[in-house]
Design a protein around this ligand. Structure first.
Ligand code: 13P
Length: 249
């Protein structure tokens, strides 16, 4: 079996006590899990959750990061502060950051390079809006976001990058891309990586799918040749729904 990577993005949910309860349940229920796992709580719960997942098979991730190392950036959180909390990976370029908070490819690329420079793993999210898909632009959008997001990233650094394909129209809507449609875009992104970094990198890069992943559809998605894992939102908020995804069969 391939080495799948299943990540939970908790978005802006959970107090520290709620986050701790979920993290404890996941540690207990995933300890015999066969894949790579990550949870990304809010900044406010990173320390709490970090203590619970430390030394387990669940990595600690952050949902965003400042583009600067430190300085006068009110309201931002730096890579140094994340590392201080034991954060191992950071989600960057999430569609909610791109569309609600107007992050562009240049800013996202700056964050990607800074995170990699400091030894973190990166989950770089790409994905098209519904109108872009309907206009036949899904591939072009994903290509641009991938190429620009990875500008200046070396082949060595790329080994710490996961791409998450999250079609915006499938996020939190209950509409999942069909496994076939998702796989087609994943194959396309793999080709883009091949053009940038060569054949071996295109084969080994991990490409997660995100957008209404549930216990009911996880196995069908993971069965596709180009889908290497999942970035889960809503269903990651409860152990009852995340664990079956993480242990899909
Ligand atoms: P949902 O699983 O709630 O659709 O969210 C997906 C997502 O945005 C994960 O980053």
């Amino acid at each position: 079996m391939r080495n799948y990577f299943i990540a939970g993005n908790w978005k802006m949910h959970k107090t520290r006590a709620e986050a701790a309860a979920l993290a404890q349940a996941l540690v207990a229920q995933l300890k015999d899990g066969k894949h790579k796992y990550l949870v990304a709580p809010s900044f406010t719960a990173l320390e709490t959750v970090g203590k619970i997942v430390a030394g387990t098979n669940i990595m600690l991730g952050a949902q965003n990061m400042a583009a600067e190392e430190q300085g006068a950036h009110t309201g931002e959180v730096s890579v140094l502060q994340l590392k201080d909390l034991g954060v191992q990976a950071v989600i960057l370029g999430h569609s909610e950051r791109r569309h609600l908070y107007k992050e562009d490819d240049a800013l996202i690329n700056k964050k990607v390079r800074l995170a990699l420079k400091h030894g973190l793993e990166v989950i770089l999210c790409v994905g098209e809006l519904l109108e872009e898909r309907e206009a036949g632009k899904a591939e072009a959008v994903c290509e641009t976001q991938t190429v620009k997001g990875l500008e200046g990233v070396t082949a060595e650094e790329l080994k710490r990058v996961t791409i998450a394909y999250e079609p915006v129209w499938a996020i939190g809507t209950g509409k999942t891309a069909t496994p076939e449609d998702a796989d087609a875009i994943h194959a396309f992104i793999r080709k883009v990586i091949g053009k940038l970094y060569g054949e071996a990198a295109s084969k080994s890069i991990c490409i997660q799918y995100g957008g209404s992943v549930k216990p009911e559809n996880a196995a069908q998605l993971m069965a596709k040749p180009n889908i290497d894992g999942a970035l889960v939102g809503g269903a990651a908020l409860k152990a009852e729904t995340f664990v079956p995804i993480a242990k899909f069969a």
